[in-house]
Write a protein that binds this ligand. Structure first.
Ligand code: IMP
Length: 434
């Protein structure tokens, strides 16, 4: 048995979904621990595409328990739609929603937009899914949790207070809220009835699973640089996306986690605002964007593209304690004569090789690059052949590039992904191998 976490090592969209899907085959439990419908992943099953925002990635495998941990925030309507979609495909998902997870309410969506407008150039460019305002209420101990949806008394009492406050709060931003308290109550009581079979004590379920030596996969959302504490504040999300969040967001103690796999896209991509030192606002950036279809899964915003940034990756490795790396998108970065890695920054005339604390300093960082020879682009079927032949068969230039990164951060490679499909993957270590 093993407990393994899969975590985005950069700014989100590293390709975690594919790595989680791969490891999920041998997991008994797949648990999400942070974020909500701001995350997005696509899973292809028998030619049909499923786009999930909330559902853990094990949902399409029979016999796995899919957990939405206490660290998540849930938009019940969206989750119900996802459940319906899975059922329509003839699969009954085994889903367990932590009663301690917080619920996104209609006010949160409105406040997300209003607060972003107010922040001006400090706005993070959120997904407008109500994430920040829902976590704010959680921290203020004003929130409504999944378990509240099971009790009409608890829900009506808490919602009545919240409704009054939120209408006033929206008023500060000059916004009106059109739904009355009773409308929201009846809508959310209805969601509660439909979700009640799935709501339970996920902390206890995971404790029991680990006691019975089951394989537990902890599915990260977003990426380390978006972490509320350790990311680029205030341009990140509102939860702990890093390895510590896997513990607090599920109730699994740190010492029970055996493997922490950092998913590293071989270049940088970022949706949303804030400085990105290695950003490529040129034809090279556009070529990577088009080749990799780098447009947000949730919002379809074009992602900002840059060379790989080893400074943030070193920091990410430290705060997450990665035991292995899963490299993704090696195929997308093919076809360039030269590729670059930012090895350190220059900040106010000084050389630094570790991420600075403030976004103001980060914005002044100038990347210093090391150049590498690029590797040839190939048709899809040749990449598939490489995946079959294994790591040693990859072009030498690509191996030199990957090995430089792995050596610098001192973390071994567990996976190299050379395409979107399950079969386009070189697995050097399976976290659930017996
Ligand atoms: P929020 O999580 O919607 O509040 O957005 C906060 C910041 O995190 C914004 O810059 C978003 O673009 C970014 N973000 C949130 N979720 C994701 C994700 O799943 N992938 C990449 N970026 C994300």
């Amino acid at each position: 048995m093993s407990v393994a976490a899969v975590i985005g090592a950069q700014w989100g969209d590293e390709g975690k979904g594919k790595i989680v899907d791969l490891y999920a085959q041998r997991a008994d439990y797949v648990a999400r621990y942070c974020g909500g419908a701001n995350a997005g992943h696509t899973i292809v099953l028998a030619g049909k595409k499923f786009k999930f925002n909330l559902m853990p990635s094990g949902a399409l495998y029979p016999g796995k328990t899919n957990v939405i941990g206490n660290g998540c925030v849930i938009d019940p309507k969206r989750l119900l739609d996802e459940i319906t979609e899975v059922k329509a495909a003839g699969i009954t998902p085994t889903l367990l929603i932590s009663g301690r997870a917080h619920i996104v309410l209609p006010y949160h969506f409105e406040l997300d937009g209003a607060e972003e407008e107010k922040k001006g150039d400090l706005a993070a460019g959120t997904t407008r899914r109500g994430i920040g305002p829902c976590y704010s209420d959680k921290a203020a101990r004003f929130g409504i949790r999944a378990s509240d949806l099971l009790s009409q008394d608890a829900l009506s009492k808490k919602l009545e207070k919240m409704h009054d406050l939120k209408v006033k709060q929206l008023g500060i931003y000059g916004k009106t809220f059109n739904l009355g308290y009773k409308d929201v109550l009846s809508q959310y009581s209805g969601y509660g009835r439909l979700l009640s079979p799935y709501i339970g004590d996920a902390t206890f379920a995971l404790f029991s699973a680990i006691s019975k030596k089951k394989n537990v996969l902890l599915e990260g959302a977003q990426g380390a640089m978006l972490d509320i504490d350790h990311g680029l504040y205030p341009f990140g999300t509102s939860s702990n996306t890093t390895a510590g969040g896997a513990c607090t967001g599920t109730g699994i103690p740190p010492k029970k986690i055996d493997e922490v796999v950092g998913v590293v896209k071989v270049y940088t991509s970022r949706v949303g605002a804030g400085p990105v030192p290695t950003e490529l606002n040129d034809a090279t950036g556009q070529k990577i964007r088009d080749k990799g279809d780098e447009y947000g899964t949730v919002t379809r915003r074009p992602r900002r593209i840059g060379w790989l940034d080893l400074v943030t990756l070193r920091y990410s490795t430290w705060i997450n304690g990665f035991t292995g790396i899963a490299f993704t998108r090696l195929d997308t970065l093919a076809g360039f004569d030269e590729v670059k890695i930012c090895t350190h920054y220059e900040l106010d005339g000084k050389k630094i090789d570790f991420m600075p604390q403030t976004q103001e300093e980060f914005a002044r960082c100038k990347p210093v690059y090391k150049s590498f020879k690029g590797w040839l682009d190939m048709p899809e079927k040749e990449w598939k052949a490489f995946a079959k032949k294994g790591y040693a068969a990859l072009p030498k230039e690509a191996r030199d590039y990957l090995e430089f990164i792995s050596k610098d951060i001192g973390v071994p490679m567990y996976i190299v992904s050379v395409g979107p499909g399950r079969e386009d993957t070189i697995v050097l270590k399976d976290v659930f191998a017996k």
